[in-house]
Design a protein around this ligand. Structure first.
Ligand SMILES: [Zn+2]
Length: 390
């Protein structure tokens, strides 16, 4: 990774974010794209569309007659976290949690607290109550040291937050520890890919690329569904393939540091066989021996949402430690197994993913005829044994 890439990744991983509270990520992404001369705009749901500057340009891109499919790279800008609901005492804020979370060793855990202007302080988690399924926090309180509170107490509903550690992001060997690798690392991969594709291009450049940076993924792909409900992508006249970029819970066969994962499916479904063949072939060429392949069924991802809308979809995953800040793998700043912990990913896996994203943008990949070579080989073999079947 170059110093510029590394700085952007660190800056992204430092942004406070929670479902529907993606303002700071959006701010950094839009400043970065504007500076790099990459077109973008906000869709009516508040997602960021990268690679075109308007609805009209988006529709042109998907309606253009071409054999090259538009690759729609999808990543989400939120991470599980909480919204303030009301002040229950001078320095106690009641909160509602959105998305997954640890469910053990919660009381006293450190939390960060932000509003749309920035991080305003820290607090401690108190009185946690789990949701019905007992897989995440439902409500709790944040106790904020009085010294941390601004003179004028902010409106409860303007505040949001999540688990806090020694720093928003830090390096340990080849690992990056952070509050929210899921899915800010995916957002980074899309930004970096877009900047490479548009580098030195004129304003009219039209690579078959769209980035869809979504909101509210952690509570059921809300941004992605909102986007598909607009009906824009359905107007395509050229092939379309959705590519979900995620950080997903590390599993046997998807080890941290052994390369990005060609994601064959998620917890809900397998993905598109033709698209996956192209992705697997590309990975075999550019990341020989340095990628992994499996169904990542530790969670579901936006490729499932895209599949539900009938779009051919595939995925890539970064194997993720301490998924949704649950201390499954432990490590630094994880005080007790299963308790709050920083997520972690490997820098090498991110570098591999960048290579894979760019390679997937190459012209002339066998999208329409992905299984052609396999069929040829099978037919050859069939001819050899034909005499036995008459
Ligand atoms: Zn995610």
């Amino acid at each position: 990774m170059t110093p510029r890439q590394s700085a952007l990744l660190t800056a992204l991983l430092s942004q406070p974010t929670a479902p529907f509270r993606e303002t700071h990520v959006i701010g950094l992404v839009t400043r970065t794209l504007a500076q790099a001369g990459v077109p973008f705009f906000e869709d009516p749901v508040g997602n960021l569309i990268v690679g075109v500057d308007s609805r009209q340009a988006y529709l042109q891109r998907v309606k253009q007659v071409s054999k090259e499919p538009v690759r729609v790279f999808i990543a989400h800008m939120d991470h599980p976290g909480f919204h303030g609901t009301r002040w229950v005492a001078a320095n106690r804020l009641k909160l509602k949690w959105h998305g997954g979370s640890p469910v053990k060793h919660l009381a006293g855990a450190r939390l960060w607290l932000a509003d749309d202007h920035g991080v305003i302080g820290q607090g401690r988690l108190s009185r946690p109550a789990l949701n019905k399924g007992k897989w995440a926090i439902d409500t709790a309180e944040v106790v904020i040291p009085v010294a941390e509170l601004p003179n004028k107490r902010p409106a409860a509903r303007s505040l949001y937050g999540g688990f806090e550690f020694r720093s928003p992001v830090w390096r340990g060997g080849r690992r990056l520890y952070t509050r929210a690798a899921d899915d800010l690392a995916g957002v980074f991969a899309i930004l970096d890919t877009a900047m490479t594709l548009f580098k030195g291009k004129t304003r009219g450049a039209r690579p078959p690329f769209l980035g869809l940076l979504t909101r509210g993924e952690e509570v059921g792909f809300v941004g992605a569904v909102g986007h598909f409900e607009l009906g824009w992508l359905q107007q395509h006249r050229r092939p379309v393939v959705c590519v979900s970029l995620e950080a997903s819970r590390t599993l046997p066969g998807a080890a941290i540091g052994k390369g990005p994962v060609v994601r064959l499916g998620d917890r809900r479904t397998v993905f598109h066989a033709d698209g996956l063949k192209v992705l697997a072939d590309v990975a075999g060429k550019v990341l020989k021996g340095k990628h992994q392949r499996r169904i990542m069924d530790g969670g579901s991802c936006e490729a499932t949402a895209a599949t539900a809308y009938g779009f051919p979809s595939i995925g890539m995953s970064l194997p993720l430690g301490n998924y949704h800040n649950q201390g499954f793998e432990g490590g630094p700043d994880c005080k007790a197994p299963g308790g709050p912990a920083p997520e972690f990913v490997s820098v090498d896996d991110i570098e591999g993913e960048l290579k894979l994203c760019l390679a997937l943008m190459r012209e002339g990949l066998h999208w329409g005829e992905a299984w052609g070579d396999t069929r040829e080989r099978l037919v050859k073999n069939f001819m050899k044994y034909k005499k036995f079947v008459g």
